[in-house]
Design a protein around this ligand. Structure first.
Ligand SMILES: [Zn+2]
Length: 432
């Protein structure tokens, strides 16, 4: 199925004008601290289902059927394209619904029968250009666009966050018959995450199973790392409630690979601890290329109080079952991404001595990684639970944290930080 440029233009205008009536984009504190002035109270957000705009999927064809753009793959987001002449194209990126956090995810492929350099302008619905473009020729290996091919248009006037980034960007891309992927971050669709789970599950002490299904019937996979089912001290690790937060996922992946690794420390740790992991909390949002929400149109990390959504309900039921089987949760972490690396623990004013281990752990990680400072912003708010970290502590007495990695943190450092975080946690938990 193909769009003509004229048709897509009108559909796009209709789509944008109808979306604008839904309300303004708003910023929420957990993922968008404004200048790190501290973690404010999370506003209470309703989590009952809201309508979601599914994107039209297909191929846009231009220049007498010689140049093509597509969003027809998992994780794609491309809501409209126009050919402006002179090998210049404008791309529209819109959100699944509003109000929504400003994390304008995009991902599309482009190719041509007439190899040449083209210019692509990215424009966003009520947002600015948060994510620096990544390029790939195989959909697996991505690198940042060369800075000489990148142009900021209307640069931001602020010094942090969305106010500091350009309104639009233009990219120069050399295209040929083979597709070029252009994406906001590396692509980790639900299939790619599942193949990572499967690769770890070849180890005798790693199993994986479904703990529920999303509204589009995608499985929620849980990975269990346990040498011995009598090891009742347990960790709960989750990631990617928010689809674009790939850097948090990359750190989580390294964290888990370290705990499931072959070091003497990891082997010893697994004798006394069981590790439960949901690496992809929002597969519908990820595969649909959402900016933040699930298919219920809801921010999952506001639903750990009312549990209106299948994804949060599945983890709640899993944790309740494990607690009733006698597991004692000794640590919980939820990996996210934001403008820069930051830790959001619960304040020991609220958690008492139970929560102190989280601060010892942060201190030990920071000592080993002096090359990049991470801010620490504790929250003292235990009610309503609403976010996973708070629910983990209030209902299951887990010392817990929101572990945030920067959108632009170097990928090698993300992997190192995930590994160091795992090593320091195993060291602290294995002391007794
Ligand atoms: Zn997040």
């Amino acid at each position: 199925m193909r769009y003509t440029p004229i048709f897509s233009f009108f559909v796009l205008i209709a789509l944008i004008s109808c979306k604008n009536t839904a309300g303004p984009i708003t910023k929420e504190s957990t993922d968008a601290p404004s200048g790190y002035q501290g973690q404010g109270k999370n506003p209470i957000v309703p989590t009952v289902n809201k309508p979601v705009q599914k994107q039209w999927k297909g191929v846009w064809s231009f220049d007498n059927d010689t140049t093509y753009f597509t969003n027809d793959f998992d994780g794609a987001r491309l809501n409209g394209v126009a050919a402006d002449g002179n090998d210049h194209y404008t791309i529209w990126i819109t959100a699944e619904n509003t109000p929504i956090n400003v994390s304008p995810w995009y991902a599309f492929k482009v190719w041509t029968k007439n190899p040449r350099e083209i210019t692509i302008k990215l424009s966003y619905q009520d947002s600015r250009s948060r994510y620096y473009p990544k390029i790939s020729t195989d959909g697996i290996n991505f690198k940042p666009l060369d800075s000489t091919d990148f142009k900021a248009i209307n640069p931001g006037e602020g010094d942090f966050g969305i106010k500091a980034v350009p309104e639009f960007v233009e990219l120069k891309v050399r295209i040929d018959q083979e597709p070029t992927w252009i994406t906001a971050q590396e692509l980790y669709s639900s299939k790619r995450v599942k193949s990572w789970i499967d690769s770890l599950a070849t180890k005798p002490f790693v199993t994986s199973y479904e703990i529920g299904r999303t509204s589009e019937k995608r499985p929620l996979h849980l990975m269990e790392i346990s040498k011995d089912s009598t090891a009742k001290k347990a960790l709960m690790i989750i990631s990617r409630q928010h689809p674009p937060e790939v850097t948090g996922f990359i750190a989580m992946k390294s964290f888990i690979e370290t705990i499931a690794g072959e070091s003497a420390q990891a082997k010893k740790f697994r004798k006394s601890h069981s590790i439960f992991v949901v690496p992809l909390m929002n597969p519908d949002g990820v595969d649909n290329g959402h900016w933040r929400h699930n298919m219920g149109g809801v921010d999952l990390n506001r639903d750990w109080e009312n549990f209106n959504q299948p994804e949060t309900k599945s983890v709640r039921n899993f944790l309740n079952n494990k607690s009733s089987e006698g597991y004692e949760f000794v640590f919980g972490a939820d990996f996210h991404s934001t403008w820069d690396d930051i830790y959001y623990p619960l304040d020991t004013i609220a958690t008492g001595s139970k929560g102190k281990i989280v601060f010892d752990w942060i201190e030990n990680i920071s000592k080993r990684l002096p090359q990049k400072k991470s801010n620490v912003k504790p929250s003292g708010q235990l009610e309503p639970t609403m976010v996973s970290r708070t629910y983990f502590f209030v209902e299951h007495k887990m010392p817990s944290i929101v572990f945030e990695l920067g959108d632009d943190t170097p990928r090698d450092f993300l992997k190192l930080k995930g590994r160091v975080a795992a090593e320091e946690l195993m060291r602290l938990l294995d002391i007794d």
